[in-house]
Ligand binder design. Structure first.
Ligand code: GLP
Length: 242
């Protein structure tokens, strides 16, 4: 894993955006795997700037998102579809039909998960997957557990994640308890992975991902097996690395 250090969140965001813009310039038809959460917001802002000021073009890009809260319609303010529209898609020239975010209202999550993975495969797989990391080491909504799970599927969110994400909702009670999450197969199938981490509350997860054993209790540790992963992290998130 290549580690790129940044002094703070803004520098992490600029470096991550350069990485993604480079991917799109080198391959304008890239399939980008995209993430939500607070971490990539600054990266998306920089990408919008690259589009507006430097003409980086997303017209041929296809995107697939990692996850969506189960039970939230796309129109809900806290849905990940809404997040992507507001933080990125509405400000660049990506074609709406080329963006894919899991459907949080699907009635048959099992069949839907299979279709979502097949859709990714039909695009030729993911060229660059952007990831954040949960404070418990989760990636997408693949929570710590007894095994790594391959397919896109319905997952139960754990208490830690519900607590972490409560800041986006009026109260913890309103945080959905389930989500549709891309599984490890499609994530690890990406040709390149860019994972971001910022702030001290990610330091333990970053250390365990990089230096711990490959353990489903730390879902991000499976990235040790991928041949092309770059971590861009600020000093605070890297503070426990030996
Ligand atoms: C969320 C998302 C993840 C994200 C993580 C960290 O629950 N499902 O994709 O990487 O938690 O979020 P944040 O960047 O807000 O810390």
């Amino acid at each position: 894993m290549i580690i790129i250090q940044a002094k703070d969140y803004d520098e992490m965001s600029r470096k991550a955006a350069l990485f993604i813009a480079g991917q799109v310039l080198l391959k304008p038809t890239s399939v980008l795997g995209l993430a939500t959460g607070s971490t990539p917001v600054g990266t998306y802002k920089e990408l919008i700037r690259f589009h507006k000021e430097d003409g980086v073009c997303f017209q041929q890009v296809r995107s697939v998102n990692l996850d969506e809260y189960y039970g939230l319609p796309a129109s809900h303010e806290q849905s990940y579809r809404h997040f992507m529209q507001v933080n990125l898609f509405d400000h660049i020239d990506i074609l709406p039909g080329n963006t894919h975010v899991p459907d949080g209202l699907t009635r048959d999550p099992q069949a839907y998960g299979k279709e979502y993975d097949e859709m990714i495969a039909s695009l030729g797989g993911i060229d660059l997957q952007l990831l954040g990391i949960g404070s418990n080491g989760h990636i997408a909504f693949n929570e710590p557990g007894r095994y790594f799970t391959a397919p896109t599927r319905l997952v139960d969110l754990n208490k830690n994640t519900i607590g972490d994400n409560a800041r986006f909702f009026e109260s913890e009670d309103e945080v959905p308890r389930q989500a549709i999450s891309m599984g490890m197969k499609s994530i690890l199938g990406a040709k390149r992975i860019l994972i971001l981490a910022s702030s001290a509350n990610k330091a333990e997860a970053v250390r365990d991902m990089l230096e711990g054993p490959i353990d489903p209790m730390v879902p991000a540790s499976i990235l040790q097996l991928h041949p092309n992963v770059t971590l861009v992290a600020d000093y605070a998130a890297l503070s426990l690395i030996s």
